[in-house]
Ligand binder design. Structure first.
Ligand code: CA
Length: 130
């Protein structure tokens, strides 16, 4: 059984680059372009093993989405990596306070992001397909 990564991001060129890299690394992927869409997908039964969550989304902020996931017993423990364009300490602190496990600052290296995803997936007992 592979590992599924949900990427929540409204910038489709970033979604495409990350999805390409994750699939090459053996992960299954799905994405949502808004926080509301992501929550709808999760309520609909999509069950990611790792969540990549952009802070700047068109509706709910990634930090709010993170907070809601952590408040839901189904998603309390899913690894969450925040993606942020900002480098302010406030954003990183807010992400961690909302329950994020990790963050990367844009523009990020897709290779590095995938290494982080792999590490979080492994810790959660999930490995990508060979
Ligand atoms: Ca964004």
């Amino acid at each position: 059984m592979g590992a599924l990564v949900l990427h929540v991001e409204d910038e489709l060129d970033i979604v495409a680059a990350v999805e390409y890299g994750l699939r090459r690394a053996g992960f299954d992927t799905c994405f949502a372009t808004s926080g509301a869409d992501a929550l709808t997908m999760l309520e609909g039964g999509v069950a990611p093993d790792v969540v990549l969550l952009d802070v700047m989304l068109p509706d709910l902020s990634g930090i709010e989405v993170c907070r809601r996931l952590r408040a839901d017993s189904a998603w309390r423990d899913v690894p969450i990596v925040m993606l942020t364009a900002r480098t302010e300490e406030n954003d990183r602190v807010a992400g961690f306070e909302a329950g994020a496990d990790d963050y990367v600052v844009k523009p990020f290296s897709v290779r590095e992001l995938i290494c982080r995803v792999r590490a979080h997936a492994r810790r959660a007992g999930k490995e990508p397909a060979a």
